[in-house]
Design a protein around this ligand. Structure first.
Ligand code: ATP
Length: 441
């Protein structure tokens, strides 16, 4: 076996990935039979598994393995006041252009020509600053029934801050984690799932005492960077980029993006922002409710500062797919492998009968499949020759292939092939479950 080529992004990688995702059931264009709906995507059978696994990994490491975070699952629809408080509504009618060089934003009516009035740089296409999707609730469509599909999951967390403090007896510092759909009427929608109009976010709002915010901010930047590395992204393909002052959102004191080297360049996977007390103060103001936290140990009352690690599930999936993809030459044949981390792989094992016309072999393979099913997502497959079946599993990232052959009938052993090394182990039937489960941890 030759060494795999270094996984440097290549220009044609995008086409290869889009094709693999469709061919193997990871990601399909939404409403494809009608010509497709721009910037919306459907996760196929394997994509749905990959997404579940990624979400599970995030929830486990933040909500289960830490003592200072609670989970939440808010409605997508909220009262319009929430979006007024957050600042999302106030800029609704502004159509803006961004300068690609100095990143300054201008109202489109203040710009003449196609160059930046400040630095002469190239401008983006005009876009509405406010990208919220609108809808109406109830039978009458007027301004009173107007509401929005949330453009971020964060605000649902802020409005529930007091509910969580009171119901869970939480004290600052602590965080609230939420995953779910968000919607933005994006103008630029290229780059596959990277910029979608409907997407999923994984967000934490971590509430801290003012004055301790900078320390927590640095901890979270490091923590979130390491999470991606632990799940298999190559360190070389990741970097942190601190925002310059002029790039910061109006509410943020500091922000660092974790960027991934996609085939189309370095781009944001997740942003970690110090949002100060902006959101809680705003919601306090508009709702008239007290958003202060009372620390009964010190008798202090304050509005907590917030550190927000905010990542995109779809963008992460795309990064994990690109990062895992490799092509190798094995005995002069191309082998495509998705070297996904075991915890992310859609199928954990495939059970393959070497001869599908031998009922005893088929029966044994089915029995192994049924037994493993209780532990992990596994698949029985006898629809091609063993070589083809291995290639198929390599391409979708299945870590283990279990093959039942003629000898299995007498020695009660099967062959387990490792996706990455292609090494084969002969394992006793009674040990197979333990062997696979142990390696999936
Ligand atoms: P960008 O600058 O790329 O538009 P953003 O800074 O507006 O992103 P945030 O508002 O910080 O993004 O959202 C947090 C995370 O949500 C992003 O890091 C990204 O992973 C994800 N995200 C935001 N917009 C989209 C989108 N249109 N499609 C997919 N994921 C998105």
């Amino acid at each position: 076996m030759q060494q795999p080529e270094k996984n440097q992004p290549q220009p044609d990688m995008m086409d290869k990935m889009v094709s693999l995702c469709k061919r193997r059931g990871f990601i399909f264009q939404s409403s494809e039979i009608y010509g497709g709906l721009a910037a919306t995507w459907d996760y196929g059978p394997l994509g749905a598994e990959l997404k579940r696994n990624l979400k599970e990994a995030w929830w486990r490491s933040n909500v289960y393995e830490r003592d200072d975070i609670e989970g939440l699952d808010c409605a997508i629809l909220m009262r319009s006041e929430a979006w007024m408080a957050s600042g999302h509504v106030s800029n609704f009618e502004d159509t803006l252009v961004d300068c690609k060089s100095c990143n300054k934003r201008f109202k489109v009516e203040n710009v003449t020509g196609k160059k930046c009035p400040e630095c002469d740089g190239e401008l983006t296409e005009p876009r509405q600053f406010n990208m919220m999707l609108k809808t109406h609730l109830g039978p009458i469509e007027d301004s009173t029934s107007l509401t929005y599909l949330r453009p971020e999951t964060a605000q649902g967390i802020f409005v529930n801050f007091k509910n969580v403090v009171d119901s869970m007896r939480r004290r600052v510092p602590f965080g609230i984690a939420q995953m779910g759909k968000s919607f933005r009427n994006e103008v630029t929608t290229k780059s596959f799932t990277f910029r979608s109009r409907e997407f999923e976010q994984m967000e934490i709002e971590f509430f801290v005492k003012p004055g301790t915010d900078e320390g927590w901010y640095s901890k979270w930047v490091e923590e979130r960077f390491n999470w991606y590395v632990k799940l298999g992204l190559k360190r070389d393909n990741l970097r942190m980029r601190q925002h310059e002052k002029h790039e910061l959102a109006h509410y943020a004191k500091a922000c660092t993006d974790i960027e991934y080297q996609f085939p189309f360049g370095w781009s944001e996977l997740e942003g970690i922002a110090n949002r100060t007390d902006f959101d809680l103060t705003q919601h306090g103001r508009l709702s008239g409710k007290d958003m202060e936290f009372f620390d009964d140990a010190t008798n202090e009352r304050y509005i907590p500062y917030v550190i927000e690690p905010s990542g995109g599930i779809d963008r992460s999936i795309l990064a994990f797919l690109f990062d895992a993809y490799r092509e190798e030459k094995v005995r002069d044949e191309k082998r495509v492998v998705l070297g996904l981390h075991n915890s992310l792989a859609p199928l954990k094992a495939a059970v393959l009968p070497l001869l599908r016309n031998r009922p005893e072999i088929v029966e044994m393979a089915h029995k192994i499949t049924d037994d493993l099913k209780k532990e992990a997502k596994v698949r029985y497959d006898d629809t091609a020759s063993i070589g083809r079946l291995y290639r198929r599993q390599d391409e979708i990232g299945t870590p283990y292939c279990i093959t039942v052959d003629v000898d299995s009938l007498t020695d009660n052993k099967v062959t387990v092939r490792d996706r990455d090394t292609m090494k084969q182990d002969r394992i006793s039937l009674s040990k197979i479950k333990e062997y696979v489960v142990e390696r999936l941890k």
